[in-house]
Design a protein around this ligand. Structure first.
Ligand SMILES: [Zn+2]
Length: 116
């Protein structure tokens, strides 16, 4: 197996991972469920807050949700008072994220402060 680092190849891998995450969610926003052609990938837990650098920490988000969430903690922002809130969607995101550590629910030190 070739072990030479190829930046172009590396880029392609990243693009493929992005595609895989989006298709995992049927090209819908993980937060509001709307289908969007312009999905961005959002860090469930910002790396600045200790979020892991893993595809499990990334979910597709529409521009609206991405803007609205900003750098807030997921569970501070994604609450029942949000018009697009869905308990099932939140659970899915958290279940997925917890596969990083095998710990569920993610604890306070991981930035999840008000789990439902
Ligand atoms: Zn959205």
């Amino acid at each position: 197996m070739q072990q030479i680092f190829d930046p172009v190849r590396h880029k392609n891998v990243k693009a493929r991972v992005k595609e895989a995450i989006k298709s995992e969610f049927n090209h819908c926003c993980a937060y509001c469920g709307s289908k969007s052609k312009r999905l961005t990938l959002d860090h469930v837990l910002a790396e600045s807050k200790g979020g892991v650098d893993s595809w499990l920490n990334l979910v597709p988000a529409c521009a609206k949700c991405n803007r609205s969430k900003g750098s807030k903690n997921l569970t501070d922002w994604y609450t029942a008072s949000l018009p697009c809130y869905s308990k099932e969607r939140l659970q899915r995101i958290l279940n997925r994220y917890s596969m990083n550590s095998g710990v569920f629910p993610p604890n306070r030190s991981q930035g999840f402060t008000s789990l439902v």
